[in-house]
Design a protein. Structure first.
Ligand SMILES: NC(=O)c1ccc[n+]([C@@H]2O[C@H](COP(=O)([O-])OP(=O)(O)OC[C@H]3O[C@@H](n4cnc5c(N)ncnc54)[C@H](OP(=O)(O)O)[C@@H]3O)[C@@H](O)[C@H]2O)c1
Length: 199
C-alpha cells in the first residue's frame, strides 16, 4: 500500500506534511462495549494512516534534506493521566506522540523537523459531536484561531501545545493529583455515556 502512496506523490516537492487526520468513538463507551468496526477504524486511521503517510513523504524529504512533518496528537493521550471511556482513541494519540518525538530525533540529521502538536479542546465537528461542546470560548478556540497558533510553532520543539490557553490548562492540570484527574475524567466519560443511553 505504501508503494501506491509513494507512487502518487513521486515528483511532488512535499515541504510540509500535517497529519491532522483523527477519528474517535461516536460516544463514550467501556472498552467491552465498543464495536469491533469502531475501534479497529480508530486504530487504522489514527495509527496506521498517520504512520503510512509519514513514511511515504519521508523518502523524498530525505533526498532533498529538508521538510517538516507535524502530527496532531491530543491532550487525551498526553496531558491527562487517563481518558476513560475513550480509551482506544487516547491510546492511539499517545502512539502519535511517541512516534513523532522519536522521529524528531531520528530525522534531525536529514534536516527534517518532526513535531508532535498536542491540542486540547478546539471547537470542531468532532468536539461538538463527542463532547457536545458548541462554539468557542477562552479555552476552546475556533479551528481558525487554533490553526494560526499551530502554524507559528512549526520548526521549534519536538512537542508543543500551540494555543496559549491550552498550555495554561496543561500547566494548571499538572499541579492536580493524578487520582483527582482520573476521577474527573471518569465522571465526564460516565456522564457522556449516560446521556446517550437515556436520551
Ligand atoms: N477538536 C478537538 O477538540 C481536538 C482535541 C484534541 C485533538 N484533536 C485532533 O485534531 C485532529 C483534527 O480533529 P477535528 O477536531 O478537526 O476533527 P474532525 O472535525 O472530525 O476532523 C477530522 C479530520 O480527519 C479526516 N478524516 C477522518 N477519517 C478519515 C479517513 N478515513 N480518511 C481520511 N481522512 C479522514 C476528516 O476528513 P473529512 O473532513 O474529509 O471527513 C477531517 O479532516 C484529529 O487528529 C483529532 O484527534 C482534536
Amino acid at each position: 500500500m505504501n508503494e501506491l502512496l509513494e507512487e502518487e506523490i513521486r515528483g511532488l516537492d512535499v515541504g510540509v506534511l500535517i497529519n491532522n487526520v483523527g477519528v474517535t468513538y461516536p460516544s463514550a463507551r467501556f472498552l467491552h462495549e465498543v464495536d469491533e468496526q469502531v475501534w479497529t477504524n480508530v486504530v487504522k486511521v489514527n495509527v496506521e494512516g498517520t504512520t503510512r503517510v509519514t513514511m511515504a513523504v519521508l523518502r523524498g524529504m530525505v533526498e532533498r534534506k529538508r521538510g517538516a512533518v507535524v502530527n496532531i496528537g491530543s491532550g487525551a493521550g498526553i496531558v491527562v493521566p487517563s481518558h476513560p471511556l475513550f480509551t482506544v482513541y487516547a491510546a492511539t494519540k499517545a502512539y502519535v506522540d511517541q512516534l513523532s518525538r522519536s522521529l524528531h530525533v531520528e530525522y534531525k540529521r536529514y534536516g527534517i523537523d518532526v513535531q508532535s502538536q498536542v491540542p486540547l479542546y478546539v471547537a470542531t465537528k468532532m468536539v461538538s459531536k463527542v463532547a457536545s461542546i458548541e462554539g468557542s470560548s477562552l479555552f476552546i478556540p475556533t479551528p481558525h484561531a487554533y490553526a494560526k497558533a499551530a502554524i507559528r510553532r512549526i520548526g521549534y520543539e519536538a512537542r508543543c501545545t500551540p494555543f496559549w490557553a491550552h498550555s495554561l490548562q496543561w500547566c494548571l492540570g499538572s499541579l492536580v493529583p493524578e487520582s483527582l484527574l482520573d476521577a474527573w475524567r471518569l465522571s465526564i466519560g460516565l456522564k457522556r455515556r449516560a446521556k446517550l443511553h437515556y436520551a
